[in-house]
Write a protein that binds this ligand. Structure first.
Ligand code: SF4
Ligand code: SF4
Length: 332
């Protein structure tokens, strides 16, 4: 069993992820956020978010007023959003990916289903994971789970394709056309091709996309790498002998297929999901009592970060103490 804190963190993460996934699907029909191509402007919280171009063309506002609108409605919000994104990634890395991203939700769900059907988190993994792990995970692969996996892949690909279309065209029209089976030719092609491409991506290349294909993920990783004191999964190497009789449950648990005991450069795409920490805590709950992995920041993070450059800093004594773990762990 994982410790109470890691259990609670995973429940919290699941709640955040699920809520954000719902928001991703419901934002257009609830008019929270969408770009309406038929009206050629953004709709934000039910209000049209225009830049004043048409008013300027019609001569109802002058160039200065239009400039102000562009500043207040385009450049300022973009700068604020960018600043906030940079701050979060600088301090906490790819927190958005692990705790909110609707793509990562699907990645984790398909990983779990593939584990049940194939014994591996990805069809590209060379060998299956152990059926019984030290962290208490016990899964006997069964080919019948492939049916559930295939249905889930198709359902979520379709849901994603429809949701993406509703960000561009009036959601009422799309959903009513779907219900009445009266999609226009272009709507049908968008949803059909979108579903097909997403199903291929979800089945064969979902990790690849998170690692190298997603601009948002890459942006967060690059900023995070620049801050050597940013929050990072750290390994208590002084107790490394404890790992000798473990089956590397932490590595089996990682949805991004990383090695959490490694240096930061090798964890470039870490999403701060804490699954490795929960797995290690579970392996140690009836042994040494404390896991060897923790989310640490500031001085304590240097052991993971500056080792990339050949330095071997002394890890302050307090970094892996329980008191510090309570203070430095993220999000609970
Ligand atoms: S290394 Fe740990 S925190 Fe990072 S993605 Fe893997 S399981 Fe999540
Ligand atoms: S860090 Fe924890 S889960 Fe990973 S190999 Fe060592 S004891 Fe096992």
């Amino acid at each position: 069993m994982a410790s109470l804190t890691t259990d609670r963190a995973q429940k919290k993460r699941l709640a955040w992820r699920s809520a954000f996934f719902l928001l991703f699907i419901l934002a257009p029909p609830l008019d929270i956020l969408r770009f309406d191509l038929t009206q050629n402007h953004l709709i934000l919280f039910g209000f049209p978010w225009t830049l004043g171009m048409s008013a300027f063309q019609q001569g109802t506002i002058d160039a200065t007023e239009m400039g102000m609108q562009m500043l207040l409605r385009l450049f300022l919000p973009l700068a604020l959003l960018l600043g906030l994104g940079i701050y979060i990634a600088w301090k906490w890395g790819r927190l958005y990916c692990g705790w909110l991203c609707p793509h990562f939700s699907v990645v984790e769900m398909i990983n779990a289903l593939m584990r049940r059907s194939l014994g591996k988190l990805s069809i590209w993994d060379k060998s299956p994971l152990p059926e019984n792990q030290r962290d208490g995970t016990s899964i006997k692969p069964d080919w019948r789970w492939w049916v559930v996996t295939a249905i889930a892949v198709l359902f979520f690909s379709f849901l994603w394709a429809v949701a993406l279309l509703t960000y561009l065209l009036p959601p009422n029209e799309i959903y009513s056309n779907l219900i009445n089976a009266s999609l226009t030719r272009n709507q049908f092609i968008f949803i059909g091709v979108g579903t097909l491409l997403l199903a291929i991506e979800f089945t064969f290349a979902r990790h690849l996309f998170c690692r190298f294909g997603c601009a948002l993920g890459l942006f967060q990783s690059l900023i995070w790498m620049g801050n050597k004191r940013a929050m990072v999964v750290a390994y208590d190497r002084k107790r490394a002998q404890v790992c000798v009789d473990c089956d590397t449950s932490c590595e089996h648990a990682c949805p991004m297929r990383l090695k959490p005991r490694s240096i930061k450069r090798r964890m470039f795409t870490c999403t701060q999901c804490m699954q490795c920490i929960a797995a290690c805590d579970a392996t140690q709950s009836d042994k040494s009592g404390a896991g060897l992995l923790k989310l640490l920041e500031d001085q304590c993070a240097l052991d993971v970060s500056v080792r990339d450059f050949g330095f071997k800093p002394d890890v302050p004594q307090h970094c892996f103490s329980k008191e510090n773990a309570g203070k430095k762990r993220c999000c609970h």
